[in-house]
Design a protein around this ligand. Structure first.
Ligand code: PBG
Length: 338
């Protein structure tokens, strides 16, 4: 019998390692588990749950339900919850005064969740936008977002959050120097164990749209000189990548324990660069618009919802992220068999 010369066959058959589930599992390079998830959760001051129209499956939770959800996180093996407040319009002002209210919604939610499930880490956004009537993350004067004055307000906000029991402060405002200011304020107050996960590389993104609906911050300003219509003077230009590394380097130098890249999937290249360059725990935020996109396609029958959820989350692990902040957290944990 004559044999074809060996060269007629592929020299290497990579498909050999894909032929059955057992071998695929054996050679798998990254694994997603509930321990990779931070549950992004919206709370409100009223009773009951309120659906967020642009984010099917996401509801604003009452403080009581948030405490229950913290227990659920524990049962599902989700290590931490990131809490975002929906504040009544009547309670907002230009200075975002309620951000530093020790008896406000965020502090009440933190206390209730820590009481219900002390083993679950609680992370708070440090930024003024849920509390300002103009929807910006900082104080405005003459149409400009004031950097240093905003930092003072952020420090006041962060200290009440930390004193309420928040474990991780997550400044998402993108003012220059805020991480250093938070770190020294924490040290001065004897709160040295409070962690900082900075939104280090946060882009001025269209993908935050549904979040404004979720927390009720409405449309940003009119675009007039006194009322900027976007966040481009403080959030990063989506076209940039080296700048992300400079932001991360600064935040680490100022005392951040962990950093975050935001949004998530469209910015996985940034996640990979940050991980390779700095080798510190790097998280990514699968933001509201990413959630909405997946759900909209799934509800139209255009995507297999469960597979798409897990594949999108697994992509963050492949890019080198330590974990993902996601509205899918409880759902994904269940899909993972928790
Ligand atoms: C505000 C903040 C935003 C998000 C988290 N914190 C919106 C923004 O910067 O405009 C977005 C979260 C999401 O879209 O899921 N500091």
């Amino acid at each position: 019998m004559t044999r074809a010369p060996l060269a007629a066959y592929p020299a290497l058959r990579l498909r050999r390692l894909r032929q059955a589930d057992w071998i695929r599992r054996l050679v798998r390079e990254t694994v997603l588990t509930p321990a990779d998830l931070i549950w992004s959760m919206v709370v409100h001051e009223g009773e009951g749950e309120i659906r967020v129209a642009s984010m099917p499956g996401v509801t604003r939770l009452s403080v009581k339900d948030a405490a229950q959800a913290a227990k659920e996180a524990k049962a599902l093996g989700i290590p931490a919850i990131a809490v975002f407040p929906h504040i009544d319009g009547a309670k907002k002002d230009a200075r975002g005064s309620r951000a530093a209210d020790p008896n406000g919604l965020v502090c009440n939610a933190v206390k209730a969740m820590k009481d219900a499930a002390p083993e679950v880490g609680i992370m708070c956004d440090v930024a003024l936008d849920p509390f300002t009537d103009h929807g910006h993350d900082g104080l405005i004067e003459g149409g400009r977002i004031l950097n240093d004055a905003t930092i003072e307000a952020l420090v006041a906000q962060a200290l009440v959050q930390a004193k309420a029991g928040c474990d991780i402060l997550a400044p998402s405002d993108m003012m220059d120097g805020r991480v250093g200011a938070l770190r020294s304020a924490l040290e001065a107050e004897g709160l040295q164990d409070v962690m900082i996960m900075s939104y280090a590389a946060k882009y001025a993104s269209a993908f935050y749209g549904p979040y404004r609906d979720a927390i009720g911050s409405g449309k940003l300003g009119t675009g007039s000189v006194d009322n900027p219509g976007d966040k481009k003077t403080y959030q990063m230009d989506p076209a940039n990548t080296d700048e992300a590394l400079r932001e991360v380097a600064l935040d680490i130098a100022e005392g951040a324990d962990m950093v975050m890249v935001k949004p998530g999937l469209p910015y996985l290249d940034i996640v990979r660069r940050v991980v390779d360059e700095f080798a510190l725990p790097t998280f990514a935020f699968q933001v509201s618009g990413e959630y909405a996109m997946l759900m909209a396609a799934a509800q139209n029958g255009w995507l297999d919802e469960e597979r798409a959820i897990l594949e999108s989350l697994g992509a963050f692990k492949r890019a080198g992220a330590a974990g993902v902040i996601t509205y899918f957290a409880p759902r994904a944990a269940r899909l993972l068999g928790a």
